[in-house]
Design a protein around this ligand. Structure first.
Ligand code: AHR
Length: 498
C-alpha cells in the first residue's frame, strides 16, 4: 500500500531537546550492583565501575540519567550512601524488599556520570522524608562549602560541588505501592513547600513534580490539576511515566503504543495549560517523561513476593525485534512533542527493563531496543519538523483506527541534512512511503537502515549478543524533492538525506 507524507523546513515544532535521550538508573535488581557497578569484574575500573557499560551507555547516546529511583527513593536515606564505605549500613530497601548495601551512593554516581558524560537528574525522598532532608541533600550536593552538609561532602573527599541542576520531587506519589503514598492535595502542598525551600538553597535548580504514575490511574488528570494548583509557581516540570506491553490479542494496539503515548502527553499538556490559564500565569509547565519503556508487567511476580536478597534478578525483560519497532515509534512520539516534552528517560539503563545487559562472567551486550534509541539519539539533530501523514488505517480493538504508517523528521538548519524515522505497523504488507520534502535542489540518501520485516521474535542474549542488528537497505529513491522508501511489514526505519 502507499502512504504519502509532507514535511517542510519552515514548519518547525521545536529544537530537539538535549535531554530527550535520557535514561534511568535505580537501586533496583541488578541495575546498580552487577550493572553499572561491579567491583572485581574484569571490565571494572579501580572504582568498581564497569567500563563496558560506560562504553555502551555512550554509544547509546544517553544524555541525562535520573537517579536513584524510582520506588526505591521513597524509602531512601541518602546519608547512608556517602562517606567511608566501611561505615555505611546495610539497609532494608522497602520498595523492592531487597538488601541495600549502600556501597554505591551519590558520590559514586557522580563519578560514573562524569565518566559517562551524562547530566545527572536527582530524585529526593518525599515518601518517608520531607522538606528538611531534601534541603540537606541539596546542600551536600550543590553548596560550595562552609556549612554542615557541604563540609561533610568535602570531608568525604569531594571538594567541588556537584552542581546538580535538575531535581525530582519524589516518585509516583499517587501509587498505592509507593512507600509514603499521598493524596494529590497532601503531595501538592509538600511538593510546593519542598520546592520553595530547595530554591532558597540553590535558586538555579529546576524542579519536577510528580504527575500520575500512569495514564490508567483512576485519578489521572485530576491528580495533575490538584498538584499544579498547589505548586504551579514553584515547579518547572510535571512527570509522566508509561510502560507498554501487548494486552490480550490486540497486536495492532501494541504496535500503535505511540498513539497511546501521544494521547497521554496531550492530556497532560492540556491539564498544565488549564491550570496556567486559571492562574493567569505567564509561566509554562513543561513535561518530563522520566520513565518510559516496554515492560512485560504481566510477567512480574510483584513486590510482596520478594525476600530480602542483594541485587536480585528483577524484571530483566528480553526484548524482541517487534519490541524494538515499538520503542522506535515511542521515540517518534516524544520527538513530535518536543515543544513541551523536554526531558525523557528510558527506564531503565542496565539489566532492569534495559537496553544494556550484563552478566558477571561476560562483557555487556545490546538488546534489540538499543538500536532505535542509539540511532535516533545520534541522528535526530537540529529541529523537529511537523509531518502531515496520509496513511491507510489498521483496526485495534482497544484504540480503534490507527495509522498504518507513522513517521517523524528532524532537520539540521546549518547543513540542511534531514533524518526521517518511520514505522510500518502493518503485519502483512510493505508500505511505500512517498514523502514530499519541501526542499529544492539535489538531496541524496546517505543512510537507510531497517529493523524488523522478518524474524520479529528474535532477541539478543548472552549466547547470541549480535543476532539482531539493524540492516542497511537500498530500497529508496529520491527525486524532485520526493523521497520514496519501502517500509517492510512491522518495521522501523531511519533514512538520512544530505
Ligand atoms: O522502573 C521500575 C519502576 O517502575 C520504578 O521504580 C517506578 O517508579 C515505576 O513504577
Amino acid at each position: 500500500f502507499t502512504c504519502t507524507a509532507t514535511i517542510d523546513p519552515a514548519f518547525v515544532i521545536a529544537p530537539v531537546p538535549h535531554r530527550l535521550f535520557g535514561s534511568f538508573v535505580e537501586h533496583m535488581g541488578r541495575s546498580v550492583y552487577g550493572g553499572i557497578y561491579e567491583p572485581g569484574h574484569p571490565e571494572a575500573d579501580v572504582n568498581g565501575l564497569r567500563l563496558d557499560v560506560v562504553k555502551l551507555t555512550k554509544e547509546l547516546g544517553v544524555s541525562a540519567v535520573r537517579y536513584p529511583g524510582g520506588n526505591f527513593v521513597s524509602g531512601y536515606r541518602w546519608e547512608d550512601g556517602v562517606g567511608p564505605r566501611e561505615q555505611r549500613p546495610v539497609a532494608l530497601d522497602l520498595a523492592w524488599r531487597s538488601l541495600e548495601p549502600n556501597t554505591f551512593g551519590l558520590n559514586e554516581f557522580m563519578t560514573w556520570a562524569r565518566q559517562t558524560e551524562v547530566e545527572p537528574i536527582m530524585a529526593v525522598n518525599l515518601g518517608t522524608r520531607g522538606v528538611e532532608d531534601a534541603c540537606n541533600l541539596l546542600e551536600y550536593a550543590n553548596f560550595p562549602g562552609g556549612t554542615r552538609y557541604s563540609d561533610l561532602r568535602i570531608a568525604h573527599g569531594v571538594r567541588e560541588p556537584h552542581n546538580i541542576r535538575t531535581w525530582c520531587l519524589g516518585n509516583e506519589m499517587d501509587g498505592p505501592w509507593q512507600i509514603g503514598q499521598k493524596t494529590a492535595t497532601e503531595y501538592g502542598r509538600l511538593a510546593a513547600e519542598t520546592a520553595k525551600a530547595m530554591r532558597r538553597v540553590d535558586p538555579d535548580i529546576e524542579l519536577v513534580a510528580c504527575g500520575s504514575s500512569n495514564e490508567r490511574m483512576p485519578t489521572f488528570g485530576s491528580w495533575e490539576a490538584t498538584v499544579l494548583d498547589e505548586a504551579y509557581d514553584v515547579v518547572d516540570y510535571i512527570s509522566l511515566h508509561a510502560y507498554f506491553e501487548q494486552h490480550g490479542d490486540d497486536r495492532v494496539g501494541f504496535l500503535a503504543s505511540a498513539d497511546t503515548m501521544d494521547r497521554f502527553i496531550e492530556g497532560v499538556i492540556a491539564t498544565c495549560d488549564h491550570i496556567g490559564a486559571k492562574k493567569r500565569s505567564r509561566r509554562r509547565i513543561n513535561l518530563s517523561f522520566d520513565e518510559w519503556n516496554l515492560w512485560y508487567e504481566s510477567r512480574f511476580v510483584g513486590q510482596d513476593r520478594l525476600d530480602w536478597a542483594r541485587a536480585p534478578r528483577l524484571i530483566e525483560d528480553e526484548y524482541t525485534v517487534e519490541d524494538a519497532v515499538v520503542l522506535g515509534n515511542l521515540l517518534m512520539s516524544l520527538l513530535r512533542h518536543s515543544d513541551r516534552v523536554t526531558i525523557a528517560c528510558l527506564a531503565q539503563l542496565v539489566n532492569v527493563i534495559a537496553p544494556i545487559r550484563t552478566e558477571p562472567d561476560t562483557g555487556a551486550w545490546r538488546q534489540t531496543i538499543f538500536y532505535p534509541f542509539a540511532l535516533t539519539a545520534r541522528h535526530a539533530r537540529g529541529e523537529v519538523l511537523r509531518v502531515a501523514v496520509d496513511s491507510p488505517t489498521l483496526y485495534s480493538r482497544t484504540l480503534g483506527d490507527v495509522s498504518a504508517v507513522d513517521l517523524t523528521a528532524t532537520r539540521e538548519p546549518d547543513s540542511g541534512d534531514i533524518a526521517v524515522f518511520a514505522v510500518n505497523r502493518d503485519e502483512h504488507q510493505s508500505a511505500r512511503l512517498r514523502l514530499r520534502m519541501g526542499i529544492d535542489g539535489a538531496h541524496e540518501v546517505v543512510e537507510h537502515v531497517v529493523l524488523g520485516g522478518d524474524d520479529l521474535l528474535a532477541t539478543n542474549s548472552k549466547e547470541t549478543p549480535g543476532r539482531v542488528i539493524p540492516r542497511s537497505s537500498t530500497r529508496h529513491g529520491i527525486e524532485d524533492g520526493f523521497l520514496d522508501v519501502e517500509l517492510p511489514p512491522v518495521s522501523w526505519s531511519m533514512i538520512r538525506t544530505t
